[in-house]
Write a protein that binds this ligand. Sequence first.
Ligand code: CA
Ligand code: CA
Length: 212
Amino acid sequence: MVTGAVNPSAVGTYPLLYTATDSFGQSASVQRTVRVEDSQPPVVTLLGERVMAIRQYDAFTDPGAQATDICDGDLPVTVSGQVSTGSVGLYRLDYAAVDRQGNRGAAQRTILVNPRVHCADTNGNGRIDLEELLRVIQLFRAGQYSIAAGAATEDGYQPGEGSHDGPPHDADYAPADWKISVMELMRLIQLYHQGGYVPCPDGEDLFCGGPR
Ligand SMILES: [Ca+2]
Ligand SMILES: [Ca+2]
């Protein structure tokens, strides 16, 4: 006869008592101790993409992560590392969770901060050239613009109605409403006249005029 029971899903020490009794009513017993341990680290699952790409000065919000442990259930996740959105480069965030037995689970996310090239600057030379300005004037004159499917155009946009499934044009910033206003067009003309632009956090459109 066995007295006691082991719960394999709960960490702990379980005594089991084995007793035998003979036909004269005399009994003897022996005890066994079973220890249930947790040797499995928590599983840390990223929310959002494992590799994320943003442009310089874009706001970055960490989607976070969650951790589950086979014994301890949901656990808090600590994050280390940071993303400096002002500096182009590769960043890593480390997520970790530790269960009550000290087993550690971890996950990583990579964030790529890309250079901020103005959408109008389709040849990427750091200047708004005349033909690039004319292109935005075309979007302005259409009254509205949209995303061109399958990057069918050089800047990925098209005049007129259509999909808004993507980031709006950089020239469309105050507000970003899929319409280029006169004010917004004036701003681009200003950048055109300044002969160049650089990304800058203080610029109304996150750009400042001037040579690179
Ligand atoms: Ca250009
Ligand atoms: Ca606008």
